[in-house]
Design a protein. Sequence first.
Length: 272
Amino acid sequence: MDRYTYACTLRFYAYRTELGPEGHAEVRGCLERAVQRFPDYATAWAMLSFLYLDEDRFGLNPRAGAPMPLDRALEAARRALALDPENARALQALMSTLFFRQDVREALRVGERALALNPNDTELLAEYGTRLAQSGEWGRGRGLVERALARNPGHSGYYLGILALCDHMLGDRDRALAEIRRADLDGFSIHHVVAAIIYAEAGLTAQAAEAGGRFMRMNPGFLANLDAELAKRNFRPEDRARLAEGLRKAGLPVPANAVTAPLAASPARSPG
């Protein structure tokens, strides 16, 4: 590995705190060049898997005419694991890609194995904790994210937004309010919608409207496709319904028929 490739891997971690289109394009390009020069570099393949995944889940820099981003993400993650079966980033990449491919059971199995091999890796702790929470294990997921925060306070703005959502879903209003007020709302736009829900549930109408308005300006198509966005992230039907109701309380334009009945998707499905 040369200095350019090393700098590229460092830039990957900076991008993960921004999740913006410019950083995404830059890091995707440099990682693609890195694996061309060093095809046996497992960590670079794993990082590239995340960049392809972000094309799908965040809509960042999609490539017309290319294979589907989730297919490229899966291929890169598997390439990384073939090179280094215990690589933390490779296992994390496979877990995340499987999760967004709707193979939740297998994703969480991979996450459990990754955690057993790398119990102190804060990136993995937070990612696995988030996926557990989204699939309905709010308490255990929260515990893993809290461990990640304790060991890596530098990412507190991101972690606190996840913890706030967990505490909201667990019914701890006071803690959810305290956490969302400390979260990084500018760096992670999805935290604005979490804030809107939490403020609305607490009766803080003005704050809910402000957070909701900012989210709408940053993600104008999200609510129009609310069912698909929540199903993509594998929230349980009852959790999707609760989140939709919170958005309505915040005064956001949730489609009238959104999340009114359980969708066909479920956290245990595996499409093969």
